[in-house]
Design a protein around this ligand. Structure first.
Ligand SMILES: Cc1ncc(COP(=O)(O)O)c(C=O)c1O
Length: 381
């Protein structure tokens, strides 16, 4: 009954850790969740109010399949103000989260046998979107001592006749590191289309993030409101695509999704136009936690060769403790009652690492570090 493409899809291990954590909680255990890539803040009030107002005003019907024009205009304005790039609202497709935008775009551009170059490690879901379309993820290892950045020469070595796109994500999940402007420019110059997942933009603590559109128009941007605006459950994202791609995407969206939610789109306008002080407030708190968790993990014996400067993750080297990050993550969960994500979730080159999310309070992070210390001391005794 089940199609091969559905059968073959890999589970998302972060969710498996979470599901086991929930089982333990049901039995009365107290778990600290550092496995989740989800802001622990409520959605800023100005966004909540805009959403509620839109519902009361009756903005509860279908919208234009590309998204309401005022939101697409606000997105274009945001890209202009922040990155100095001109994006026509006609090139923007608004979707119910970044994930559906990825599914739509990969389905629209990939033929069976096409290849997409990904970093290894990478966000766990990317290869699954690609394989679902019958295409092939081709990975290029990135290394902690190099800030987990793509080396353009290494990427060039993997570009071939079947390469459809090079995929970048900066700041990245799971590493929390950024790609330098020089390397983005070099990747943009390699020839293939560059696809850039910019969902962690706005959550940068040192230096600054760059949009791929600063370097080339032969690019596709994914972005969304889940992370910087603490809106995971609202489900709102978008793609910015070359002009020739918008009509096929529009037809697909009309058929498969009709439109994104009307009142959520209204809330998205408030996010872009009014929530900047809230984003800054949350960013400053994440930064404080980042500066707390990095030395804390190092003290416990995890090694962090390049300090992450974006998103809300630390991918810490745990090779001193294990070569099996999956087993170790479950051991940490069962014994220390701390949820962490095994590095292998993010590709073979993530093996031996654990991803810690600091989208949790400083008090909880401090308690997690205490629990980990006691666990590691017991383990080495
Ligand atoms: C790198 C990356 N891209 C995309 C997503 C999905 O985001 P959305 O909630 O917009 O579907 C996530 C969620 O964790 C992510 O980490």
């Amino acid at each position: 009954m089940i199609a091969k493409r559905a059968q073959d899809i890999a589970p998302f291990l972060a969710m498996e850790v979470l599901e086991r954590a929930v089982e333990l909680e049901a039995k009365g255990d107290h778990i600290i969740h550092l496995e989740l890539g989800e802001p622990d803040f409520p959605t800023p009030v100005c966004i909540q109010e805009a959403g509620a107002r839109a519902v009361k005003e009756g903005k509860t019907g279908y919208t234009h399949s590309l998204g309401i024009l005022p939101l697409r205009e606000a997105i274009a304005e945001h890209y202009h103000t922040k990155y100095g790039v001109q994006v026509s609202p006609e090139r923007i497709l608004v979707t119910a989260g970044t994930s559906p935008a990825m599914w739509m775009v990969f389905s629209a551009i990939l033929e069976p046998g096409d290849q997409v170059i990904l970093s290894n490690p990478h966000y766990a879901c990317y290869p699954n979107f690609i394989r679902f379309c019958g295409a092939e993820p081709v990975t290029v290892d990135v290394h902690e001592e190099d800030g987990f950045q793509f080396r353009p020469d290494a990427v060039k070595g993997r570009v071939g006749p079947r390469t459809k796109a090079i995929f970048i994500n900066s700041p990245a999940n799971p590493t929390g590191t950024l790609l330098s402007a020089e390397r983005i420019a070099a990747l943009a110059g390699l020839g293939p289309l560059v696809i850039s997942d910019e969902i962690y933009h706005g959550l940068v603590y040192e230096g600054r993030e760059h949009s791929i559109l600063e370097f080339t128009d032969r690019a596709i941007v994914f972005n969304g409101f889940s992370k910087a605006y603490a809106m995971t459950g609202w489900r709102l994202g978008y793609a910015i695509v070359p002009p020739e791609l918008i009509r096929p995407l529009q037809k697909m969206h009309q058929n498969f999704f009709i439109s994104a939610n009307a009142f959520v789109q209204a809330a998205g306008i408030a996010a872009l136009r009014e929530a900047q002080p809230d984003v800054e407030r949350m960013r400053a708190i994440y930064d404080e936690r980042r500066r707390f968790i990095i030395p804390g993990l190092r003290r416990l014996g995890f090694s962090i060769a390049t300090e992450p400067t974006g998103a809300f993750y630390v991918l810490a080297n745990a090779k001193r403790f294990t070569t099996d990050s999956y087993a170790f993550a479950f051991e940490v969960l069962e014994q220390a009652k701390v949820g962490v994500t095994p590095g292998v979730d993010f590709g073979s080159n993530g093996e031996g690492y654990l991803r810690f999310s600091y989208a949790n309070s400083k008090d909880n992070i401090a308690e997690a570090l205490r629990r980990l210390e006691a666990f590691l001391t017991r383990r080495s005794a």
